[in-house]
Design a protein around this ligand. Structure first.
Ligand SMILES: Cc1cc2nc3c(=O)[nH]c(=O)nc-3n(C[C@H](O)[C@H](O)[C@H](O)COP(=O)(O)OP(=O)(O)OC[C@H]3O[C@@H](n4cnc5c(N)ncnc54)[C@H](O)[C@@H]3O)c2cc1C
Length: 370
């Protein structure tokens, strides 16, 4: 009997663990190497909002539709410990100075919030609690022969032919395998020192989690909110199955720390977000805050992810740059990567639009000396 293929996955975010899960279901032996903690970055702190057809007209459309279907399947197959739920989705606006604070037509929203339309229905929009989703998929991968290990990946190990055969860790150890996948979210840019890869940037976002109990129904909300300064924020409010409501709004381009454990919020960002929440919703105005969070989403130059082989290096793959749709697109990315690595081609989605070679690679020599 041939031995199971050992695939090293650098990064324990939703993308890395989804790849591990689908590889493990195919009989391979994935090992996720994580520097901080599984779901410790954006994949544990994001909104977890899923939409079936919001990528229509973009090369992401097929990936998103496939992934939306896989989310429902995964929740069903794995017992849904991450609160997967279908929900209504609305759009609207509010102006800080005009936002009367008493309850409006929807009692959980202030009178001054105007709903302009329905953006999605339970057939087309859904939600997961992202940390439970990511750790739940990791646990499922481990049940099927996958493994996780703590460590900071600092280099690639190659064989004599130049093919990827493992990674070097900061503690001096090396981990060997048949293939290596870079899935370190915005930290994937570090791999451009060892591999011909284009840039991946990190965009920071802040969020609050309120303990709202039953006060907010299963209705997601995308708002435009004008502060008294004239600045417009675009908050998103997602009521989760676990009785919490997640809200985000304030973004920035602060630099990404090399160590994922050192991501901190920008000064004043949470206070600004909290003030807005208290204005737009009587339910949020009285709810205790369970968490104040900041995280970076991975973004490429053209806004599309990098999913596929690393050009010119056998055994090396990349899956990152999913920007605002990483939770949605994790399952279809995991499935496609497992097919690509084990069968040589992805069957369910066409990965051509996401090929790493479409963007100019950074110069590794300049990066190593920077
Ligand atoms: C505020 C906000 C809200 C969002 N809301 C949504 C949403 O509603 N729906 C949606 O679909 N998407 C959403 N997203 C996007 C989504 O969260 C991301 O696209 C997704 O989490 C990216 O997953 P990832 O696995 O690529 O990266 P990450 O989650 O960043 O994981 C990368 C992992 O790599 C690890 N790592 C870093 N360096 C090393 C190293 N040297 N060695 C080993 N490991 C390393 C990190 O510790 C981290 O755990 C949101 C993002 C933000 C910021």
């Amino acid at each position: 009997m041939s031995r199971a293929k050992r695939i090293i996955i650098c990064g324990g975010g939703a993308i890395g663990v989804a790849i591990a899960y689908f590889l493990s279901r195919r009989g391979a032996a994935p090992i996720v190497i994580e520097r901080h903690k599984v779901a410790g970055s954006a994949s544990g702190k994001s909104g977890g909002f899923l939409a079936f057809d919001w990528c229509r007209g973009s090369p992401l459309d097929r990936l998103a539709r496939r992934s939306f279907a896989l989310h429902a399947e995964l929740a069903d197959t794995l017992g849904n410990p991450w609160g997967y739920r279908r929900l209504e989705t609305y759009g609207g606006y509010a102006v800080e100075n005009d936002a009367a604070r008493g309850p409006g037509e929807r009692p959980w929203l202030s009178e001054g919030v105007t709903i302009t339309g329905r953006l999605g229905s339970p057939q087309t929009t859904a939600l997961v609690e992202p940390r439970a989703f990511t750790t739940g998929l990791m646990a499922a991968a481990e049940k099927h022969g996958g493994a996780q290990r703590h460590g900071a990946v600092i280099d690639l190990v190659r064989d004599k032919s130049g093919a990827a055969r493992g990674v070097a860790l900061e503690d001096g150890e090396t981990v060997e395998g048949d293939a290596v996948v870079i899935a370190m979210g915005p930290w994937s840019i570090l791999a451009a020192r060892w591999l011909p890869l284009p840039a991946v940037y990190g965009y920071k976002g802040h969020s609050l989690i309120f303990q709202t109990g039953e006060a907010i129904p299963a209705e997601a909300l995308f708002l435009e909110y004008q502060e008294s300064s004239g600045e417009v924020l675009t908050p998103e409010l997602f009521p989760r199955a676990d009785g919490t409501t997640w809200v985000c709004a304030v973004s920035s381009t602060e630099p990404l720390p090399i160590d994922p454990a050192r991501v901190t919020p920008d000064e004043g960002a949470h206070a600004r977000l909290e003030a807005m929440c208290r204005t737009i919703s009587p339910a949020l105005a009285t709810a205790p805050i369970a968490a104040r969070q900041a995280c970076f989403r991975p973004v490429t130059e053209d806004g599309l992810p990098l999913i596929g082989p690393v050009p010119g290096v056998n055994g090396a793959y990349i899956a990152t740059g999913h920007s605002v749709w990483g939770m949605l697109n994790a399952p279809a990315t995991g499935e496609a990567m497992a097919e690509l690595i084990l069968d040589g081609t992805a069957r369910h989605v066409d990965l051509a639009p996401f090929a790493a070679g479409r963007l100019r690679a950074l110069d590794p020599v300049r990066l190593r000396t920077a």
